[in-house]
Design a protein around this ligand. Structure first.
Ligand code: ADP
Ligand code: MG
Length: 339
């Protein structure tokens, strides 16, 4: 009897993978920004139209790609960032799956312009629904520009599922802020429908936090600093009097990658014990550096959750360093005067 099992063609496999990698325009923003960071850029510009439903474009001044690589980057599992399984335990880049561009190109119209420093001319190509439709040699600045248009053009159900422009753009800002906060030494620009929304010059972490969240943020910030063998912590927590009813500005970065962790959040809250009014949440912007082999980033496709070898120690160090920082700033317990 003949067999009925077949390997799926690449474009179908890519479209299926895209379902995991690309949930909404903000996912495209995240992947393109991270690629621009990994390319060693010092300036990154994000241009968005109609909350990313019409256009997401990222222009960088990074290392660019050769002609061959400019096609290869759209293949599934094609990456320049890891070679061996061991490399997964020593990651220094945001990307490593080699999945993002293949997925995006399967469900959108993508235009790529790229040139490496050493090449006189660059490559301009177009790929739509995994099919290359044009490729030309072009005069281009050093770096790379990816334009992603008509996202989900071939998956109407996904397109219809997108929320209002306000909601989708909020998600884009979230991703933009996370990458921008993680990399204060890179300058970032964000335009939406022709208006400049963010203009973040390169600087230190405090300047980046203040530039992202506005001038008044500066007076809120209490610096946190701790260095141990397992982790080094830098960044800021907000003075308790600025705590709000909602969880607005709460950020953990581990090795320059934004992560979510209920456990570490709990450690921060424990450090504020007795200092916050009921139900109020402090802002925090905390940067943790840990040896790469002590974390596993591979547990989640969009990589916002990671696994630590020694979570308990991390918890204790984080809590005590924040407690100490708040104490140094003579932060007094809240009095119940307004009850
Ligand atoms: P990953 O980032 O996991 O490697 P991607 O699909 O996002 O996978 O990208 C595939 C490859 O394309 C990257 O490994 C990199 O070599 C190349 N690439 C993507 N974006 C850029 C860029 N902005 N500048 C230079 N090279 C890039
Ligand atoms: Mg990538």
């Amino acid at each position: 009897m003949s067999s009925i099992i077949q390997l799926l063609p690449d474009h179908v496999a890519n479209q299926i993978a895209a379902g995991e990698v690309v949930q909404r325009p903000a996912s495209v923003v995240k992947e393109l920004l991270e690629n621009a960071v990994d390319a060693g850029s010092t300036e990154i510009k994000l241009i968005v139209k109609d909350a990313g439903k019409t256009l997401v474009q990222v222009i960088d001044n990074g290392k660019g790609m050769s002609v061959t690589d400019s096609r290869l980057c759209f293949e599934r599992h094609a990456t320049s960032k890891i070679r061996h399984a061991e490399d997964l335990f020593a990651l220094h880049t945001k990307g490593f799956r080699g999945e993002a561009l293949a997925s995006i190109a399967a469900i959108a119209h993508v235009e790529l312009k790229t040139r490496q420093d050493q090449d006189e001319l660059g490559t301009h190509l177009i790929i739509e629904g995994s099919k290359f439709t044009s490729q030309e040699v072009a005069v281009l600045p050093r770096g790379t520009s990816f334009s992603v248009k008509n996202l989900f053009f071939n998956i109407p159900a996904r397109r219809n599922f997108l929320k209002s422009d306000t909601v989708e753009f909020r998600h884009i800002i979230d991703e933009f802020e996370r990458v921008a906060l993680a990399h204060p030494s890179i300058s970032f620009l964000l335009y939406h429908n022709g208006s400049e929304m963010f203009n973040l010059p390169h600087g230190n972490t405090r300047q980046r936090v203040v530039n992202v969240f506005g001038g008044r943020t500066n007076e809120k910030l209490v610096p946190v600093k701790e260095t141990t063998d397992i982790v080094s912590i830098t960044g800021f927590v907000a003075k308790p009097e600025f705590a709000k009813k909602n969880r607005g500005e709460q950020f953990f970065f581990v090795n320059n990658r934004f992560i979510k962790s209920g456990y570490l959040h709990h450690a921060v809250m424990a450090a504020y014990e007795g200092l916050l009014k009921d139900g109020c949440q402090p802002g925090y912007y905390l940067y943790l550096e840990v040896p790469p082999h002590t974390i596993d980033i591979n547990i989640h496709p969009t990589k916002t959750e990671i696994k630590f070898d020694d979570e308990h120690a991390l918890y204790a160090i984080l809590r005590s360093s924040i407690k100490h920082a708040l104490g140094q700033f003579n932060v007094a317990p809240v009095l119940d005067f307004d009850r």
